[in-house]
Write a protein that binds this ligand. Structure first.
Ligand SMILES: CC(=O)N[C@H]1[C@@H](OP(=O)(O)O)O[C@H](CO)[C@@H](O)[C@@H]1O
Ligand SMILES: [Mg+2]
Length: 532
């Protein structure tokens, strides 16, 4: 592909890279303090502009730092399929973003362009952003990057991350960019799923993390009310983004978000994160305690529901359909046991990061995937959808098709997840029954800093360490001392830290095992600071 490198040089000069800044495309794209990022987003604009021109379709950029503080920002790049950027291109993105001089930058860009052919159709880049104050300027820098390589831009303004993925996916199918298509799709599929179910339900109290999800849910409130769902929104934009609220806070701190501690016992509550791509549920126990229903519990509920729908489909349907649940090593062992032993479904474990789960889930006709922290969705294979469409109209078949429309097929979507769980709760599974599907094994997560976390390499979906030598044997010896013990250590893909996870028969044992494993990692991997 031919590029006007002189013009690129001039355009790039307006977005100099801070000298010591070495950004890399992590588990969820780039993230940093917003003022560091203009060069990164400009360069990623060039990268995704080239990709769009070479495939002749729309690709996407989402400017967001998700659950991180307001002063941070970042970006996620989106393929024409609506899915996350393919790994080979993550490496190109890192190379471009790290180029120190104009010469290096042009060299990396020209080398990449030389491998690409322009398509017959022009392609375009759809850019969205969350509510952060730095978002508009960064989106403009990204547009400038796309333009510098001769690409076309559609800036769709403030949207949730999954909405951007959905828009890219559907634009390539129907050439429409209207936001209403996203809402209509959610509302109509929710209507099908809840038709004939037992309204009125109790209200659903949603903590919106003071983020973009609040804006979008506010728009849905009146129509959802007509469908029998009463949404009460909290942290809907008055307070600081992700501050004392949001899915990340609630799941990590295991406590009520700001403004929601006074709700009555048994209230049905949920938290979404700053860019609305993850959701967890929670409630208050009769004793006033905080009760979390995390991504594992959502996966279990979705699995119960889909299994039920499949069993009511025309005879023989369920037998010929592969249904599986994809989890990571962080999934509570009790959830894995419930899904395999009680539901008789397959469970696969992948590396941490939604892109790995999504990929694995596509192998099933019905693939349910959730990380414990609430990222996830339900995928139905196109060949299965075709089969269902060809079947006689049966309530369960209609509902299975509705699940495929409600659940974002490109990426995890908090709004889809909220609506799916509400629909299942109305279909006859109560909140108490959901809670009681299984009891979580006590667990503990810790993190520690070591001199160089890349000395730790892992295998078996990050559940076992390969290097440094002897580390895994020492972890195994620790785990063996605990009843129902399981533990692993892995380097984070988003932070300069090593994460340790442990579960065991009691909370004290899980805490002790996590501490012990963290100590082992500290001693053998060059721990920094005080020993855990
Ligand atoms: C234990 C944990 O919660 N890890 C998170 C975190 O990844 P790490 O590689 O563990 O830093 O950020 C990812 C991106 O948001 C998310 O997908 C993942 O679940
Ligand atoms: Mg997020």
């Amino acid at each position: 592909m031919q590029l006007d490198l002189a013009a690129v040089r001039v355009a790039a000069a307006a977005f100099p890279k801070p000298e010591a800044f070495k950004p890399s495309y992590g588990t969820a794209g780039f993230r940093a303090e917003a003022s560091l990022l203009p060069s990164t987003v400009f360069r990623c604009g060039m990268l995704i502009g080239l990709k769009a021109r070479s495939c002749g379709q729309a690709c996407g950029v989402m400017v967001t730092a998700s659950h991180n503080p307001e002063q941070d920002n970042g970006l996620k790049l989106v393929e024409a399929s609506g899915e996350m950027l393919e790994p080979a291109w993550e490496a190109h993105a890192t190379q471009l973003a790290q180029a120190d001089t104009a010469e290096q930058l042009l060299q990396v860009l020209a080398a990449l362009a030389a491998t690409l052919q322009p398509a017959d159709t022009p392609g375009r880049v759809i850019i969205g952003r969350d509510t952060r104050s730095s978002g508009a300027d960064l989106a403009a820098a990204c547009s400038a990057g796309v333009a510098a390589v001769g690409g076309k831009v559609s800036d769709i303004g403030v949207v949730t991350t999954p909405e951007l993925h959905f828009t890219v996916q559907t634009f390539n199918q129907y050439q429409a960019l209207e936001e209403q298509a996203y809402f209509t799709n959610l509302l109509e599929s929710f209507r099908t799923l809840t038709a004939g179910s037992h309204a009125p339900q109790q209200p659903l109290h949603v903590d919106c993390a003071n983020g973009v999800g609040a804006l979008k849910l506010q728009q849905l409130v009146p129509q959802l009310q007509q469908l029998g769902l009463q949404l009460q929104l909290y942290n809907a934009g008055q307070g600081r983004l992700n501050h004392g609220c949001g899915a990340d806070y609630v799941q990590k701190e295991q406590c009520f978000p700001a403004g929601m501690g006074d709700l009555p016992a048994g209230a049905c509550c949920a938290s979404i994160d700053g860019d609305a791509d993850r959701v967890v549920f929670f409630t208050k126990g009769q004793d006033g305690s905080f009760v979390l229903l995390d991504g594992d519990k959502i996966a279990a509920l979705a699995a119960v529901y889909l299994r039920r729908l499949l069993s009511h489909a025309p005879p023989g349907t369920a037998d010929s359909i592969s249904t599986g649940v994809v989890q990571t090593a962080y999934a509570n062992g009790a959830s894995t046991r419930f899904i395999t032993e009680q539901l008789g479904l397959q469970v696969r474990c992948t590396n941490t990061g939604v892109k790995y789960l999504h990929h694995e889930a596509k192998a099933f006709d019905v693939g349910i995937y959730f990380e414990s922290n609430g990222h996830g969705t339900v995928l139905l294979k196109p060949s299965l959808l075709q089969r269902l469409q060809d079947m006689d109209e049966n309530m369960s078949v209609m509902q299975l098709l509705a699940v495929s429309r409600l659940m974002n097929q490109a990426v995890g979507d908090a709004i889809s997840g909220l609506l799916l769980c509400d629909a299942v709760l109305r279909s006859g599974t109560s909140l108490a029954e959901w809670q009681a599907l299984y009891t979580d094994l006590p667990s503990r997560q810790l993190k520690l800093v070591v001199a160089d976390r890349t000395v730790i390499t892992t295998t078996d979906a990050e559940r076992r360490c390969v290097t440094p030598a002897g580390l895994q044997d020492a972890i195994d010896a620790a785990v063996a001392k605990y009843d129902l013990g399981r533990a692993f250590a892995r380097p984070s893909g988003t932070e300069d830290a090593v994460r340790v996870y442990a579960e065991a028969g009691s909370q004290e044992a899980a805490d002790a095992l996590a501490r012990e494993v963290a100590g082992i990692v500290f001693d053998r991997c060059g721990g920094v600071g005080s020993r855990p």
